[in-house]
Design a protein around this ligand. Structure first.
Ligand code: GLU
Length: 279
């Protein structure tokens, strides 16, 4: 089986060195294996995505010397596919409507305390009907309890990590989807959650290897559960370490000075950047 991997940025800011490192890592893996490299635009969050960031992704990656297959899948053009997947989960009683706001969920939580994963259950039918009549906003949440029932527990959920998690986790990993609580799969403002769109598209596009930053290692635990529930194959994971700057801190979108556009404007060549990143 040939290796198929992807770089899947969200156009919520300009790409920085960390993105370049991640894209180059996936690209090199595909090249070395004689496999395929895909670019996927994860633009489902209309409240945060901007066309100028979107256009810049193509410019910046081309400047860096990457080539990808076309057409590029753009998630915002496939919302119906994601809703159909949520509908199949709904038909099997795996999701429920949650009318709680983040504020209500966080009641009693001190600002310095981490958010507790939310675990809930469907409302009684009549109360739910009343709230729907009143037009109250709700989120679809994936029920861990229902998922456990359907799968007979989570023990069978494992994935292969060829890179490493934040604590050096590697090899066959037991998935722990429960640490995230009942995750939100869809909301009024953001129609589809990231996790659902990712597992759907990785399966649809035949992605065999998910190569991405270790900051998404925890996501693999949740995504493994969704794969099992939706009958999708599980790709092999290769989480890579995050690039750190001279100050020892990881690069982030907020560090404006580190965007690829700015490096380019300052006269950095793609070859120089690739060399700096170890490619
Ligand atoms: N779109 C996600 C992000 O930009 C990455 C998704 C993934 O690689 O699985 O953080």
């Amino acid at each position: 089986m040939s290796l198929v991997t992807r770089f899947a940025p969200s156009p919520t800011g300009y790409l920085h060195r960390g993105h370049a490192f991640s894209a180059l890592t996936a690209y090199r893996a595909a090249r070395e294996a004689g496999g395929r490299f895909l670019l996927r635009i994860e633009d489902i969050d209309a409240t945060r995505c901007r066309p100028e960031y979107d256009a810049a992704i193509f410019e910046d990656l081309a400047w860096l010397g990457l080539e990808w297959e076309t057409p590029v899948r753009r998630q915002s053009e496939h919302l119906a596919d994601f809703h159909a997947a949520i509908e199949t989960l709904r038909e099997r009683g795996l999701v429920y409507r949650c009318f709680k706001t983040r504020k209500e969920i966080d009641i009693g939580r001190a600002p310095h305390e981490p958010a507790v994963p939310y675990v809930g259950s469907p409302l009684p039918v009549d109360e739910e009907a009343r709230r729907l009549d009143r037009g109250e906003a709700f989120a679809w949440r994936l029920s861990l309890a229902a998922a456990r029932r359907v799968l007979g527990g989570f023990e069978g959920l494992t994935f292969v990590e060829q890179g490493a998690g934040p604590d050096g986790e590697t090899g066959v990993i037991q998935a722990r989807p429960e640490t995230a609580g009942d995750i939100v799969l869809a909301r009024k403002d953001v129609g589809v959650a990231y996790h659902l769109a990712v597992v759907h598209d990785d399966a649809l596009q035949g992605v065999s290897h998910v190569i991405r930053g270790v900051d998404l290692f925890e996501a693999a635990h949740i995504q493994r559960l969704l794969q099992a529930l939706l009958g999708y194959p599980t790709p092999t994971y290769r989480h890579h370490g995050l690039l750190v700057g001279p100050d020892g801190k990881r690069y982030a979108k907020r560090d404006k000075a580190q965007t690829l556009r700015e490096l380019r404007a300052a006269g950095t060549t793609p070859a120089e950047l690739r060399a700096e990143l170890g490619f």
